[in-house]
Design a protein around this ligand. Sequence first.
Ligand code: 2AM
Ligand code: CA
Ligand code: CA
Ligand code: CA
Length: 294
Amino acid sequence: KMEPAVGRKSFAAVAINSASKAGEWIKTKLGGYTTLNLKSSSADLVTEVDKGAETMIRNLIMTHFPDHSFLGEEGVEPGPEASASALRAVLEEEYVWIVDPIDGTTNFVHGFPYFCVSIALAYKGEVILGVVYDPMRDELFIAEKDKGAYVHGKRMQVSRDATLRESLVATGFPPSQDVALPLNMRQLEAVVPKVRNVRSNGSAALHMAYVAAGRLSAYWEVGLNAWDIAAGYLLIHESGGRVTGLKGEPYHLGVRNVAATNGRIHDELLQVLQSAEQAEGPGPGSGSDVRFQV
Ligand code: 2AM
Ligand code: CA
Ligand code: CA
Ligand code: CA
């Protein structure tokens, strides 16, 4: 027997509505935030706009799906241990919304127009919906599992570049005191001579949306959390690309060190990144994934 459709919006409709409402509000606050707080270090920023946007998204989602769980960056204590245990806790639940209210807070604070709202929905530990919204360009990227990925309602496809040599790639630099910084510097040194060029614009989720859209051919970063990557993962997967950990292990919500590509150049990128790890022993790149049971 069918449930009446009236009054029950689709997951995608709620995600789109939440991301665009929050994004529009964030945009009005650009250059006008009032409270800047430091979380774990001088490079770890949060404003009242991050918190307000997360509350707005949480309320909208919970109104429609009160029995779902919610994992938002600003609801978790800073640091990898707190993130890991928060992730483990929600993965016991069937439906979990995984939200980064502003991915690219440093950019938001400096008025550099590259940040986004990232919303993913996981069912039993598997991402089934991903929405990334860039309010400055009014670009909404959306993917639903097995239904493809779209920007401006147009189907996305990853780039066709077959070698690193012809690829534009991106990375994120860990904050200055982060233990992952030396590893990322070695990776950068290994990657730069092999590719057409490297960008680092400060938003993991938006970089991943750009890989899905074919604007970048690859992106990698170390030390991320589920809310940075989950939506971007599905965008890329549904656009024909590949997302793994740095050892090539298939993406799961506990992956913190990520490689995301058009697929064709994936193994070549992994090889170059692995040569950087081997250069000076294992470093923080290995063994830092969050392990969990679904
Ligand atoms: P944020 O803006 O939501 O904090 C840029 O390299 C990426 O790193 C962004 O996705 C950014 O997310 C994230 N990031 C910034 N500071 C961080 C920190 N201290 N620890 C982990 N991730 C961070
Ligand atoms: Ca943050
Ligand atoms: Ca983030
Ligand atoms: Ca954030």
